[in-house]
Unconditional design. Structure first.
Length: 344
């Protein structure tokens, strides 16, 4: 396992981050514990979760993932071995089961931090992230920008609210997720101006078919030491090839929940098929091509992987040992340029 600096925090995180959003829905507690046990044996020291999990978000399973992780940490007695990341939900008026509709006000942040600490059975969170913005910024899979109203909590107020928990030792470092270049730079500017906690990372989607990060955030990540924690690097399973030709494997996320529309737009499925075919031509599995592509990008700090079975988890971690050659890079880039970013 290789490790990378987490921004300017002084922490070193594994290049593979264990994603857990299916714990408590697709993945039961026993299997979740087995996955975390195995990941540790492979050198993974970085686990990511969120107050909104399990996925799909619903009142019956909200917080279930954090509870499963917390019970595992307490039973194993290994909190000191883990860099633990969680997230506070952004503005979502319809998600009334989270504080009547989550926000990033001081009161919401206070309540969210307290609840996550309790569920995780720990007295500190290593990386506390804003899951998506408080402002009505369309950060999920859009092709053109639409402006939003000014009714949102200010960047300064959010940082000041988080700072109280950093000073109290409940949070060590902070990050953002599903954020824009403007948002990241505003947070950095306010933190530097007022001596407040600095953003250490940004967790956004990034894959062979979803590369909007390249168009602005990549430069921010490199110049400002705010590395990418890449999620959905297998395009929610599409880039494994398991959904080709309309297949619906038993127990798969699309089969169960039909929530993969981000990868089913015009040209998306066709490009996914081409990447799966390219992997075979290069003598790689589709998983190897997709995950190693993300891992070798210079602005990536860690790639978040999630698996519904142990077999998938083993295959995913193994993929990071793939050698990325100039020939692979050339073939991948040629295909990318034929239809860039079909699934933003």
């Amino acid at each position: 396992m290789k490790y990378s600096p987490l921004g300017r925090t002084g922490l070193e995180v594994s290049r593979v981050c264990l994603g857990t959003m299916m714990y408590g829905s697709q993945v039961g507690q026993a299997d979740a514990w087995a996955q975390m046990d195995y990941a540790l044996t492979r050198g993974v020291n970085f686990i990511d979760t969120a107050e909104a999990y399990a996925i799909p978000p619903q009142p019956e399973t909200q917080g279930a993932t954090e509870r499963i992780i917390g019970e595992w940490l307490t039973t194993r007695g290994n909190r000191q071995d883990i860099i633990l990341a969680t997230k506070i939900a952004g503005r979502a008026d319809a998600m009334t089961w989270i504080r009547g509709g989550p926000r990033h006000t001081r009161d919401h942040i206070d309540a969210a931090v307290e609840s996550s600490l309790k569920r995780l059975q720990t007295d500190y969170i290593d990386l506390y992230q804003l899951h998506w913005p408080d402002r009505r910024y369309a950060g999920f899979g859009f092709h053109h920008y639409t402006d939003y109203d000014a009714d949102h909590e200010s960047f300064l107020n959010i940082l000041e609210a988080l700072d109280r928990h950093v000073k109290a030792g409940r949070i060590r470092h902070i990050g953002v997720s599903n954020e824009s270049p403007y948002g990241v730079m505003k947070f950095i500017a306010e933190s530097e101006k007022h001596g407040l906690p600095r953003i250490a990372s940004i967790q956004n989607a990034y894959s062979l078919v979803s590369r909007s990060f390249d168009y602005g955030l990549a430069e921010v990540a490199l110049r400002e030491d705010v590395g990418l924690l890449a999620y959905s690097s297998l395009a929610q399973g599409y880039l494994t090839g398991k959904y080709r030709n309309g297949a619906l494997p038993a127990g798969a996320r699309k089969t169960l929940y039909q929530r993969l529309g981000r990868y089913e737009g015009p040209g998306g499925e066709a490009m996914i098929d081409k990447y799966v075919d390219l992997a075979a031509e290069l003598g790689l599995s589709a998983v190897q091509l997709a995950l190693k592509f993300v891992d070798q990008r210079p602005f990536v700090t860690s790639t978040i992987i999630g698996a519904s079975t142990m077999e998938q988890l083993v295959s995913d971690i193994d993929a990071f040992d793939t050698e990325w050659t100039p020939e692979i890079d050339k073939a991948m880039l040629k295909l990318h340029l034929s239809h860039p970013n079909p699934c933003p």
